[in-house]
Design a protein around this ligand. Sequence first.
Ligand code: AMP
Length: 301
Amino acid sequence: MAILVVGSVALDSVKTPFGDRKEALGGSATFFSYSASFFHPVNLVGVVGEDFPEEHIGLLNGKGIDTAGLKAIPGGKTFRWEGYYDYDLNEAHTLSTCLNVFDVFQPELPDSYRDSEYVFLANIDPELQIHVLDQVRAPKLKVCDTMNFWIEGKRDKLIELLGKVDIITLNDAEARQLTGEPNLVKAARKIISWGPEHVVIKKGEHGALLFSGDGVFSAPALPIEEIYDPTGAGDTFAGGFVGYLAREGTLDEATLRRAMIYGSVMASFNVEDFSLDRMKRLGAGEIEERFGRFIELVKFD
Ligand code: AMP
């Protein structure tokens, strides 16, 4: 059974110190789906406007991503995000967020999606995330993501969502903002006390941490020379993480740790170009080769 993902499908305008792109394909569900599809089939739920280029749908379908749940609203405008990064590529600065068609979207899952076992609630309005989750009959793994925009605007709904999921992935600044805890260990423990069994805290070029009960696993980030655009790194990480878990079909600690490395592998590719451009050129062999480089990176006697 395919992974179910709901989230934004967007046209992003992004500027980094290394270039810029206007209205390029983006969105949390898009980056997640494309990344996860290297590991497992994906069913995408989202919404776009009349202005969404048909070729983008073709790109997703070409990777085997099912877009039957991607609704196109006649006369509507696609979600748009505009942002920039300074030399500290860990911090995205939002210039504008135009929800457009997401303002009125209430997804009804196709019946065939309701039996999904692996569900990823990508970054979008927590009300929508809950609405989708409530329609899935007996999911085996429920993972969500979020960002500062929703922590500021819909904190109560987000905390409600945390009571319903198994894992949350978020970045370090978001974990601090959500909990009011400057220390990441304390922040993770607080989030776990609200519901999830595991918390994944992404730290950009400093790697990612997996908190489970009293334990913690630290995944490094690959030191990369050519970084052009970090947009979507968090979602491609989640795509590798959940995609690998769905492919393996088990959720033991060792599998979760390997999933953290596959997530880091996918994120490390995504930052090497704008939009989904690097992932579009990615071969399955490259994924395994880079997984090996991660093992080398942390090996010592
Ligand atoms: P990240 O993986 O955190 O870099 O996610 C980047 C993606 O998030 C971009 O492609 C944006 O289109 C999308 N995005 C930005 N703001 C929001 C928002 N408020 N809700 C949903 N998606 C967003």
